[in-house]
Design a protein. Structure first.
Length: 742
């Protein structure tokens, strides 16, 4: 056999000459889109069922080749439909589709078209129609375990996440066609044009794709079912490709052996890939025509639809058991694995999973009965009201689910029917699917729905009553959280205890007892953590010295003259190094704490009392400022200053608040006016000094700080306040000797 190379693009476009697109709503409520090809009065009808996640336009090359056979245009009418979730057909809001439901979609469409009989041709996804004369491809569940197939399916799934149309098209070509076939430039160019245009116009939805993959993975074709097909002697044609990456040809051969008989024909094209209906469309059309012609002596008309429906039902029953089995196989290992993982993590991290280790049994699974015995009062006491209500909500859901299960068990006798076929699955006999329309037993479902509604309303009312009682109990407690209010996004000028309390007293006089500000102190926390780490290392080094009488050493990165780390290490005395680091960190932590405290006390009540006693005023203008009693001046943002005679008259003093801090060689002191601190946080100022002081003279560092402050003033306002900066660097003996030598 030779692959069809010429007119590939024309085949895809010429099919428009034979088609007309229609939509209809099936009795199930599903809106489907389908294309009719050929003459409407043709005596022979052919249904084309496409495979996984493919639209009906994928049949284009086959339809064109089929109607190029002399006489087929007058003899046959073809319908190709989009499966649910694909193309123009609706995507039902279901967690998974089933092959049986899609088979019923096709049967309902033929009833809508008023086709009393028809032939059927399908690709892999149409295996529920294995009892109908047509082309059938079969995917057993074990097929998905093979490496080549897994790679191909993963490529198709990954195609959804590729951004460019070119990448998606190339992946599709590599999956559908053999490499040798694509080496022909004419073929590759034609197929690229076809598939890129289809991908660009694709209407595949994620919900439909997931549903179709679930249907493929959930379908099971047992040997017993295949035996029933073989016993029915329904003519079947099986076509496979020898280089099919999605459906290996061995599956076609296996299916042929299972259905072996005079009524079964198997054709395997060795050089074909999965896109056999395009690559070898002429040979496929020829095999199908020979198969149909072979049927003509056996029956002058195709198989009637009534026989098809009966045969399909024989194959499709048992889907309920399949769903239960599949769900158990999928979710059972997840449940068991999650439980085992929880047990392992609970033992590895007891502090995280066991808040009260003395009260929860830790051996084996003895914690399970303990958890069931925990009372609501205990949960509320330990975890709070919100957690209790959340647990009660979950508990209510459990009760609703249990009540629904009880109702379902009660409905089994009402649904059970002796009129159903004996070969039906046991679970199918206990479901509502076996009841005809207007059956009196459907009233049992109505009563069950009413009972479920009433129980749900009762459960909600009971939980509301419990919530009100627990809420009153919670509010009756005298704990702090009952009368505390959390406020976010506080303006900067109110971010102090006194300023915030003054603000609330103006709004709620004598109603606010305390105001506290949660300060962001990430830098302080980092310094404290470093201090604890250095302290622990120092204690360890002292223990080593005590036990071995030898001073321990360790490696540290060597620093260059510019302060950066070099790619080399040096051996240092651990005790001396850690002592120096601890001393420096102690000072850093102390400075950080004092800075935070100073930020919270810039409007200290004691300072304000002194200003008021001196006939001055304190009110906020951006920040709390000092003013004369009758004139809005001087507006000084400090209560301690020197050189301002007007401010001195209303209680501003020059006596400094002193604190002692040990300065080591290499440290520096920054004294500056408010012109520096207005728009330059202290952390930024210290960081700039730390970079410049060790390598430049203090005067250069002062100039840098003044220039930076000036730039920030100009960025924020049109005026510039006075900027005065003094930097004092603490030198050691070594520094003085180096300066004397220079």
């Amino acid at each position: 056999m030779q692959p069809d190379v010429e007119h590939s693009v024309a085949d895809a476009l010429d099919v428009q000459e034979y088609s007309s697109i229609h939509t209809t709503v099936l009795p199930s409520g599903l809106c489907v889109e389908y294309a009719l090809h050929g003459h409407p009065e043709a005596p022979e009808k052919l249904v084309l069922v496409m495979g996984l996640a493919a639209e009906k336009e994928a049949w284009s090359a086959f339809v064109t080749a089929f109607f190029r056979v002399s006489g087929n245009l007058e003899q046959f009418q073809i319908v190709a439909m989009d499966n649910r979730g694909v193309g123009g057909t609706d995507a039902p809001n279901e967690w998974r589709y089933s092959t049986s439901s899609m088979a019923q979609d096709v049967l309902m469409l033929t009833e809508h078209l008023q086709w009393p009989s028809f032939h059927l041709a399908g690709v892999r996804f149409s295996r529920p129609f294995a009892d109908v004369a047509g082309v059938v491809a079969w995917i057993p569940r074990s097929a998905l375990a093979r490496r080549a197939q897994i790679s191909a399916y993963l490529s198709l799934i990954g195609n959804l996440f590729k951004r460019t149309l070119h990448a998606r098209t190339m992946t599709m070509l590599r999956v559908l066609y053999p490499v040798e076939y694509l080496e022909n430039p004419t073929v590759a160019s034609s197929l690229y044009t076809i598939h890129s245009s289809r991908l660009k116009a694709s209407r595949l939805r994620l919900r439909g794709l997931l549903g179709q993959y679930a249907a493929v993975l959930g379908h099971r074709m047992t040997r017993q079912r295949l035996g029933e097909i073989k016993a029915s002697s329904i003519p079947v044609l099986i076509i496979g490709g020898g280089k099919d990456r999605l459906l290996p040809s061995s599956h076609s051969s296996t299916l042929g052996l299972r259905l072996h008989g005079t009524h079964t024909t198997t054709v395997v094209i060795a050089e074909s890939g999965h896109g056999i209906f395009a690559q070898y469309r002429t040979d496929v059309v020829g095999a199908l025509m020979r198969h149909i012609c072979r049927l003509m002596p056996m029956t002058t008309t195709p198989i009637p639809t009534s026989a098809i429906v009966g045969g399909v039902k024989d194959i499709l029953h048992g889907s309920a058991s399949t769903i239960l089995t599949t769900a158990t196989q999928i979710y059972g290992p997840f449940l068991l694995g999650g439980f085992l993982l929880f047990e392992v993590l609970r033992r590895c991290f007891p502090k995280l999973y066991t808040c009260q280790p003395t009260s929860v049994p830790g051996e084996g699974v003895r914690w399970i009965p303990h958890v069931w015995t925990v009372t609501d009062d205990k949960i509320m006491e330990v975890c709070g009201l919100d957690t209790l209500i959340f647990f009660r909500f979950l508990r209510m859901g459990k009760h609703l689910a249990a009540f629904a299960v009880i109702l379902s068990i009660g409905l089994f006798p009402a649904y059970s029917s002796t009129k159903l076929l004996e070969q039906e699955d046991f679970i199918d006999r206990l479901t509502i699917s076996g009841l005809p329309r207007n059956d009196p037993r459907l009233w049992a479902t109505v009563f069950a729905a009413v009972a479920m509604t009433l129980f749900t309303m009762y459960s909600i009312a009971r939980e509301c009553q419990v919530y009100k009682e627990r809420r009153h109990q919670f509010l009756a407690k005298a704990s702090t959280q009952q009368y505390s209010v959390l406020i976010d996004d506080i303006p900067e000028h109110l971010r102090s205890h006194a300023a915030l309390k003054r603000y609330f007293h103006a709004i709620f006089p004598n109603q606010v007892e305390f105001c506290y500000i949660a300060v962001e102190c990430r830098a302080l926390e980092r310094q404290v953590a470093m201090r604890e780490s250095v302290r622990n290392a120092l204690e360890h080094a002292l223990v080593v010295l005590h036990r071995t009488s030898r001073r321990p050493t360790h490696w540290e990165w060597r620093t260059g003259d510019d302060g950066w780390w070099c790619f080399s290490v040096k051996t240092v005395d651990s005790i001396a190094t850690y002592e120096a680091k601890l001393h420096q960190l102690n000072n850093d932590v102390l400075v950080a704490i004092r800075e935070i405290e100073a930020q919270q006390k810039h409007d200290d009540p004691h300072e304000e009392a002194r200003i008021v006693a001196a006939n001055g005023r304190v009110f906020e203008y951006g920040v709390p400022r000092v003013w004369l009693q009758d004139v809005d001046m001087p507006g000084l943002a400090m209560s301690r200053s020197f050189g301002d005679s007007v401010a001195t008259s209303v209680g501003v003093i020059s006596d400094p608040q002193c604190s002692e801090l040990l300065l080591t060689p290499g440290s520096f002191v920054i004294a500056a006016s408010d012109g520096l601190w207005e728009f330059s946080p202290s952390t930024d100022v210290v960081a700039m000094c730390a970079k410049g002081v060790p390598y430049e003279d203090p005067q250069t560092t002062c100039d840098l700080l003044v220039a930076e402050a000036l730039e920030r003033w100009l960025d924020e306002q049109d005026v510039v306040d006075d900027i005065t900066v003094v930097v004092v660097v603490v030198r050691g003996d070594d520094d003085r000797r180096q300066e004397e030598q220079l």
